[in-house]
Design a protein around this ligand. Structure first.
Ligand code: ADP
Length: 389
């Protein structure tokens, strides 16, 4: 069985074509700068040279069609058993499900909570419905991995009727990534209790016990928990009401601030990208340093929280863009945690391993860098869904 995993972004589209038998990748394609005259398209068949083309990519339909036309050079469309998506959030829907009109409507219902992600997925799914009308389209919702979080960890202190009526509670996101980290940490270090720190443009921390999440930093929406590049993270709800009243802002205007002008960008005033922040810090920019330190402090706080909830962890893992690539950030987070049995080996940390331990030999809790692989989890779940349908 072969399946296509589609990974849509706001101006990019990536896909991987898997042989489900041995989980090898037969074909990958990336389209960047969709909507731009100077689009970039690249694709690669297993064992062959990568092809890179520059051309205008007017829209999403064009982008997806381009990749399918390339795929057809070696495979037939009929060989695609299903297209899998790492879908984000839908009211009353979780798990791995076929993307029917009912599910799309449920995604629309929670659109306000994750507008950027949801819009991109809805667009991509509708393009696939047109291009591959008989191929099953399957979504693994990011909330699925957090399904075992206990009620006392997911409830908010609001009137119970609002929880029942609107589903106002913690759900958690980055499920595919945290799940992969849990599996890989078990495989590499036999770790059962894992604290997974997914630190990238969008960030979250997750407490994993025996392969499943028992708590995580993101809540009802992916805007909560840690600061994100441009998205707000945790904020006192009354601060929000105060801002709305004093600045005379509508729900939409407030949402725009929380979504695109907050987080690391909001504090630094210059960038939401850790590479820029670290560079500015070296030049003495105080606001960048404040953004960096605030972010690291939040991560440390969640690690402490999950050390308590897990009653001690076997392993702390750093993953995603900044988690995998920034030893400076990892050092700032893990500083002064030796009394909790967490000790970094500076040399190992700054050698920046692609995958491996960065903790000192006498650290009770292992600290590791592991590259995440979300598509692998989506592919596995989609295969499982098809086999049990
Ligand atoms: P996203 O979360 O946006 O899907 P990534 O997980 O790839 O994507 O994370 C991207 C972010 O990772 C970048 O915005 C940048 O802040 C950070 N990053 C990537 N490489 C480095 C690096 N070498 N040093 C510091 N931060 C990095």
């Amino acid at each position: 069985m072969k399946i296509l995993i589609a990974n849509p972004g706001s101006t990019s589209y990536k896909c991987k074509f898997y042989d489900a038998g041995n989980m090898s990748i037969l074909f990958t394609a990336t389209v960047e700068r969709i909507g731009d005259k100077e689009g970039i398209y690249s694709y690669e068949f297993k064992g062959a040279e990568k092809v890179i083309l520059k051309q205008e990519i007017p829209d999403y339909f064009f982008a997806v069609n381009l990749t399918l036309e390339s795929l057809k050079k070696k495979f037939s469309i009929g060989e695609i058993a299903a297209v899998g998506f790492k879908t984000v959030h839908a009211k009353g829907v979780s798990g791995c499900v076929e993307l029917t009109d009912h599910v799309l409507k449920a995604m629309e219902d929670y659109r306000l909570l994750a507008p950027v992600h949801t819009d991109v997925y809805v667009t991509a799914i509708s393009v696939f419905k047109k291009l591959l009308p008989v191929t099953p389209l399957v979504g693994l919702f990011e909330t699925h991995f957090h399904k075992n979080i206990p009620p006392e960890a997911y409830m908010y202190g609001i009137p119970f009727e609002l929880y029942e009526k609107h589903g106002i509670r913690k759900y958690g996101f980055h499920g595919a990534s945290h799940r992969f980290i849990g599996l890989r940490a078990k495989e590499l270090f036999n770790a059962d209790k894992v604290i997974s720190c997914h630190l990238g443009g969008s960030s979250s921390v997750c407490a994993i016990k025996s392969g499943w999440s028992i708590d995580t930093s993101m809540g009802m929406s992916p805007q909560s928990g840690l600061l994100n590049a441009k998205r707000v993270g945790d904020l006192d709800p009354y601060a929000l009401l105060y801002i709305m009243e004093k600045e005379n802002l509508s729900v939409k205007e407030t949402g725009d601030i929380l979504m695109s002008k907050s987080g690391i960008l909001g504090i630094s005033g210059t960038s939401g990208d850790f590479r820029d922040i670290e560079e500015s810090m070296l030049k003495g920019d105080k606001r960048s340093e404040l953004a960096f330190k605030t972010f690291a402090y939040y991560v440390k706080r969640y690690i402490g929280e999950y050390m308590a909830i897990l009653n001690g962890a076997d392993c702390i893992v750093f993953t995603a863009g900044a988690g995998q690539n920034s030893p400076t950030l990892r050092k700032e987070i893990i500083a002064d945690m030796d009394n909790l049995g967490i000790l970094l080996d500076n040399k190992k940390n700054f050698s920046n391993p692609k995958e491996g331990l960065i903790s000192a030999d006498n650290s009770k809790v292992k600290v590791a860098v592991i590259p995440t692989n979300e598509e692998y989890i989506v592919a596995k779940e989609v295969v499982n869904f098809l086999e049990n349908k």
